[in-house]
Design a binder for this molecule. Structure first.
Ligand SMILES: Cc1ncc(COP(=O)(O)O)c(C=O)c1O
Length: 396
């Protein structure tokens, strides 16, 4: 029996009637560009995240790009992020003309390491005559993008305190963390509502996915929300009058209808992911695999939604052997991410080399995602959870 890494057809069985109803209503209205379906979804999503303004975008990538453009980040600027993430995070920084700056992740969560961030800002950057903080390449540091990787939140209080000290914007990459929670000094908040702005992805495989591309920018400030709406519509408020150059970053109304239909199920799906993660943990312990596999960590294990396991990514000392073993057994698995961004060919101009980001580089060698999706069946679970020992990995 094959065990898929993800099978969205099972989710579809559950939501297809609600999706069909909303889609049928949309076709009746023929309002495919923005309009009520997008507005209703934006409002429901804003409530889920916990306030602020939600602006529907055509993808997570465009939601990030729109925020960077709305903050007027461009040539001569620099934005700090981590190299252990999906490409888009750094790709968007580059596309604005700004310099992507990488700071390594911390062991454990694989999220931005606040200590490394502080070290970079204090020791590697210099202030110019106007008090701007400049990177070693001479660009003005403007923002930090912490990524809530695989569904668990970064140490946001520490990151925000550093950002405040150096007067930097914080933009949360919450693409993989819809519904995740963070406990900070000001209480429990949802991913995406912790910093002043954030973005989400509704790529179909995400824990809240559409039937194509979709994304959302979220922000606290009304003025930024106005700019985000301008940016997503070619910088145009009054038709055919363009104050600035934006793009076509509009969330498709059809996607809004589909994702809205799925929204009520999100909490249950996230709970099922957490349940599966707990079963993995027990199974690894029962099998005595602790020496060979490291399960994902959650920074606040006592907070129910502190990790929503968008991906369940283990570390394995011989990842490639384990992967070959699982593939032979037809158990779905995948590597997120095989090459950290500072070593990607397209970023060679930034001058990073192997060894610069040791934690990210080790994560790229050792990480493996296992099936975690909510609809995993008990009989599949039996095959996957007690990951069969890989020859050579288990002591005799
Ligand atoms: C961490 C992260 N950031 C950004 C994105 C970009 O989102 P999208 O694929 O919707 O453009 C993704 C999507 O995979 C992601 O995982």
């Amino acid at each position: 029996m094959r065990v898929p890494l993800l099978d969205l057809t099972r989710q579809h069985e559950l939501v297809k009637d609600d999706v069909a109803t909303r889609v049928a209503r949309l076709f009746e209205s023929q309002q495919f560009i923005l309009g009520p379906a997008v507005e209703e979804f934006e409002s429901a999503f804003r409530d889920l995240v916990g306030g602020g303004h939600a602006v529907g975008m055509s993808s997570g990538t465009d939601a990030q790009l729109a925020i960077l453009m709305a903050l007027r980040i461009g040539p001569g600027d620099a934005v700090i992020t981590t190299p252990y993430t999906f490409f888009a995070t750094a790709g968007c920084i580059h596309r604005t003309g700004a310099e992507p700056v990488f700071v390594d992740v911390e062991q454990g969560t694989l999220n931005l390491d606040p200590a490394g961030l502080l070290e970079f800002l204090e020791s590697r950057c210099k202030a110019d005559a106007d008090g701007n903080l400049l990177t070693p390449r001479g660009n003005k540091v403007r923002a930090i993008i912490p990524i809530h990787l695989f569904g668990t939140c970064c140490k946001m209080d520490e990151i925000q305190a550093i950002a405040d000290r150096f007067k930097l914007a914080v933009i949360e990459d919450a693409a993989q963390a819809v519904g995740a929670e963070y406990r900070g000094a000001s209480g429990i908040k949802h991913a995406g509502a912790i910093a002043a702005s954030s973005y989400f992805s509704f790529f179909p495989t995400k824990n809240l996915g559409g039937a194509g591309d979709g994304g959302m920018s979220v922000c606290r400030d009304e003025e930024l929300a106005v700019r985000l709406r301008l940016m997503r519509n070619h910088g145009m408020e009054q038709r055919y009058f363009h104050h600035e150059v934006g793009g076509n970053f509009r969330l498709d109304a059809l996607q809004a209808a589909v994702i809205h239909a799925k929204l009520p199920h999100l909490a249950g799906w996230n709970a099922a992911r957490r349940h599966n993660a707990a079963l993995y943990r027990e199974a690894f312990a029962a099998k005595g695999l602790g020496e060979f596999l490291t399960p994902p960590v959650s920074p606040a294990a006592d907070l129910e939604n502190s990790h929503i396991y968008h991906q369940y990514v283990i570390r394995a000392c011989d990842r490639d052997a384990l992967m070959a073993h699982l593939q032979k057994a037809e158990i779905g698995c995948a590597i997120y991410y095989p090459v950290p961004l500072h070593l990607q060919e397209c970023f060679a101009y930034l001058g990073y080399k192997a060894g610069d980001m040791p934690v990210s580089e080790a994560a790229s060698r050792e990480s493996l995602a296992l099936p975690i999706f909510p609809e995993l069946r008990p009989e599949e679970w039996d095959r996957t959870a007690p990951v069969p020992p890989t020859p050579g990995l288990i002591p005799p």
